[in-house]
Design a protein around this ligand. Sequence first.
Ligand code: URA
Length: 448
Amino acid sequence: MMFIPQETIRKKRDGLELNRAETRAMVRGITDGSVSEGQVAAFAMAVYFRGMTLGERVDLTEAMRDSGRVLDWPSLGIGRGVADKHSTGGVGDKVSLVLGPLAAACGLFVPMISGRGLGHTGGTLDKFDAIPGYDTAPGLERFAKVVREAGCAIIGQTVDLAPADRRLYAVRDVTATVESIDLITASILSKKLAAGLGGLVMDVKFGSGAFMREYDDARELARSIVTVAEGAGVPTTALLTDMNEVLGHSVGNAVEVREAVEFLTSASREPRLAEVVLACTGEMLVMEGAARDMAEAARKMEDALASGTAAERFGRMVAGLGGPKDFVERADAYLDVAPVEMPVLAEREGFVAAMDCRAVGMALVAMGGGRTRADQSIDHGAGMTRFIRIGGRVEPDTPLCVVHARDGETARMAADRIRAAISIGERRPPDRPVVRERITAETAKEAS
Ligand code: URA
């Protein structure tokens, strides 16, 4: 039957359910350009207001997955144990840098296709760009070779995965239709499923530094992603994790790579970061049968960290993608160091009561360490280290963190922003768990 885009848009506008053929035709038209810009926008707005059933969401996700290349790991020499983690984005979130090599050291293969940072959340690729020589845009052959030999490779969108999402997202971005659970689900999952995964763990963040600030919204997104991924045949678990304070003790690009190396070499591990890393990696190990349960997964991960195997996998990945061969041993010799270091003093006494992580992320952007437009370049040395925790006791001369900046004026500007982003109160706030809830296909179904 001939596809008439406005008929499909009208149907969705009127709140009717699209069938699989209609959804696939729409996605084909978005990909090949035969559906106009205005029609893409109208379709997105109709979905935004009318929503989609679970069946429609699965159809949309699969159609977008199939709009480009879908990786087939068995034909690339990896038969089993291919899994990944995806995060909705945070501030100081260097989980991927540690999780990839750690999961690889425990027997999995992690082909991770990541994005660059935009706005207040950092991007994993920008962190790898801080490593001289590291190629975030290798061809498929080199990508597959590094996954085979190191067990993990973290790269950008080079192979042509889910091109429909690229066009649809660009239109959503300028038509106020990003905030649709249906469209976010299809957008995230189409790209992840095109990477040919056997299992997926979603780190869905909530709180002041998260894309979904409200817990209930984050939970709804987590349930949607888990049920749609299962519907598309990829076992998926979601963890809802707290993004009300910086994850780990650093924010920036070079400084976060340094923290990831310190984590892998056991030099230092911030406890909340460790909890998220071990929870996500453990889920992947159990899901793929590399561990019987979380207790066995915890033992394997501890061994991989203590023996240096996880750090060695990180080094192999970096070298395999063109970075220095001795990066793990001599990270400081390779990473940019900002010329100015300045402690941000609390200037009063009390307890750290709250942190506006979005404002912390924007302070990094203002220092040149992030971007507000996709074509901006980044100062990899800019950042903050030794971030205080919520609940920390401070005196007027206690540092809330140390800023690393290109000059004194930039450092002072960032210090003012960070001081304004951190509230200090008279009482210690109650402790909050970092992993708040685990959502599986079963629990998501029970809730719906
Ligand atoms: N991240 C994505 O990849 N897509 C969305 O729609 C939102 C966040």
